[in-house]
Design a protein around this ligand. Sequence first.
Ligand SMILES: [Zn+2]
Length: 300
Amino acid sequence: MGPVNVGLDIGATKTLGVVVDAEGEILAGVREATEPGSDGVVRTAARVVEALRAATGEPLPGTVGVGIPGLVDHERGVVKHAVNLGLDGDWFELGDLLGDRLGVRVVVENDVNAATLGAVAMSGEDDLVYVSIGTGLAAGLVLEGRLRRGDHGAAGEVGHIPVDPNGVLCECGQRGCLETLASGSALAAAWPSPGQVPPAQALFAAAQGGDPKAIALRDEFAAGVASAVRVLALAVDPRTVVLGGGVAQLGEQLRVAVASALLDQAASSPFLASLDLAGRLRVVPSSYPVAAVGAALLGR
Ligand SMILES: [Zn+2]
């Protein structure tokens, strides 16, 4: 086996691990349920790496990259505000604790930033914006080949751009944020779905079936995502915009809905139309572990 890297995507329900080669090609993959809390997160991550060592028959002594939700200080390898993982206290020294346990160097990155690096590997484009539509709405930026984290780590936090002064109160304390219109939790509130079908899938299926209320909600959601894409494109003008996150499990139908909303928004503006935002859109294939691959490439 040539030079390889290990990446982990630690999420609230599952932890994905991959081994990739220098080009980001996936050589092995493992998935485990995430145990919550600081001990649980470290234990799960260590178990996933051990499983990757077993799967490849290699000691995997290189750097392990980790993508995790919450506020991450990349330099120190620490995380906080990862509330869904039960890490809601002070800075948690994930990098040091996991590194000691595994006997390797561990680097830690915010999961959206990690996924953005994965989107670069996936698309072959090194000037792109990754829009993560999960529980919330956030973006990652790789501009001219460099990840832009921001001076306060807040680059790409487009979900908290207020667009409606009379809108819903957002958990960030502002009113009418884009996230309250265009996110997995906004969809779940607007279209509660019984059983195992995720709300996004249920809503898009109902709209496809001709339900007028579903069509209106789908189009409103797509317009919210399109607004985020427009803000990002007008701010940094990336070559490519990649849609990802849990809601991107919708695949091509998500890209089509957002592209259609972008075309609507550009219909009265030759300026906006000339930027061809709809033509720059791509969506992460539902089976591609974009954040784990990006996390692996952190250690390159
Ligand atoms: Zn907000």
